[in-house]
Write a protein that binds this ligand. Structure first.
Ligand code: ADE
Ligand code: ZN
Length: 346
């Protein structure tokens, strides 16, 4: 670990933007910007429910997770072809690379799209092709994590896993997303056990709106390696101790938490307290097209609101690489680039 020089508050945004980072919590369908949504609707001969981009953006006001998921789901209706998934993912990778994201582990789901009559093959092939192109065109590494939708049944999650298996080599892991409260992790115990046998890396959303008990069961029943969100963990001292002891990372998404009213303002966010407690927290964008910013916006706004420091910026970026699922060699190479950035920043 290098020694971090203090950085004046007005220079911190530059450092936050420049520093190499990994993004570990980003739903590709949540990167679909209104402009691209309108373009895809036109290309596919579909009508939009809003007259223009500005009207659509004005509708992005949410009370909670469910009110967001209802609008988000409607947005996915414009995705009809492999090319649509490719275009959406490549647009994200270009933006992420501009934010100095070196590595992205991207969430997607197939159940939304198979529910609209598409095959899982179309979704996975389009996204995978974009990951390959992202590396060639923008120098960004990326991989795919298939999320099961927790408001659906475990039987449907098994079907989803089955449909994805011909593409096993294109997938890094499985996750769990969608409406949290009332759908505890243990509902998916069997399908996660099967995915684990198959060698998938495991993550799950837990403790976004749901209680600390959901984080416990994601860890102890599903045996996930990272927790997505996990902001409710700070209510439970024993859980904090467990996260710290086992170095379980939380993929925190501050602007998402703000827009979905998990916190009423960013100054109340518990990211700083997580770092003080020794939790391996990371900063991510969740659904940036809906929540008003990509990863660097999440960093800059949160740092401004909480008064966080260059040392904490380094810690968060370092955590993002340490919590990623890349091998030890790649991790060491990313961390070296991170150290060089902090050593040479003036
Ligand atoms: N799917 C997309 N964004 C999500 C979030 N913040 N929580 C749960 N499921 C999601
Ligand atoms: Zn999420």
């Amino acid at each position: 670990m290098i020694k971090i020089k203090p950085v004046a508050a007005e220079r911190l945004p530059d450092l936050l933007r420049l520093m190499p980072k990994a993004e570990l919590h980003m739903h590709i369908e949540g990167s679909l910007e209104p402009e691209l949504m309108f373009a895809l609707a036109q290309r596919n001969g579909l009508a939009m429910a809003y007259p223009d981009v500005a009207a659509l953006r004005r509708a992005y006001v949410f009370d909670d997770l469910q009110s967001f998921l209802d609008i988000y789901h409607k947005g996915t209706l414009v995705l009809r072809t492999e090319q649509d998934f490719y275009d959406m993912a490549l647009a994200y990778l270009e933006r992420a690379a501009a934010d100095h994201v070196l590595h992205a582990e991207i969430f997607f789901d197939t159940q939304t799209h198979t529910g609209h009559g598409l095959s899982a093959d179309v979704v996975i092939n389009g996204l995978h092709r974009a990951c390959v192109a992202g590396r060639a065109q923008f120098g960004i590494d990326s991989s795919l994590i298939l999320c099961f939708l927790r408001h659906l049944s475990e039987r449907e999650a098994f079907e989803c896993l089955e449909q994805a298996l011909p593409h096993r080599d294109k997938l890094l892991g499985v996750g769990l997303a969608s409406s949290e409260v009332g759908h505890p992790p243990e509902k998916f115990a069997q399908v996660f056990a099967r995915a684990r046998q198959l060698g998938f890396r495991l993550v799950a959303h837990a403790g976004e709106e749901g209680p600390p008990a959901y984080i416990w069961s994601a860890l102890d029943v599903l045996k996930v390696e990272r927790i997505d969100h996990g902001v409710q963990a700070l209510q439970d001292p024993a859980l904090i101790a467990r996260l710290v002891k086992d170095r379980i990372a939380l993929t925190v998404c501050p602007l998402s938490n703000l827009k979905l009213r998990v916190f009423q303002n960013l100054a109340e966010h518990n990211l700083g307290r997580m770092l003080e407690a020794g939790i391996v927290a990371t900063v991510n964008s969740d659904d940036p097209a809906y929540f008003g910013g990509y990863i660097n916006q999440n960093f800059c706004q949160t740092f401004a609101s909480l008064g966080l420091t260059a040392q904490q910026a380094y810690q968060l970026a370092r955590n993002s690489f340490e919590a990623s699922f890349v091998d030890a060699t790649a991790k060491a190479a990313y961390l070296e680039r991170l150290d060089t950035c902090f050593e040479t920043f003036v």
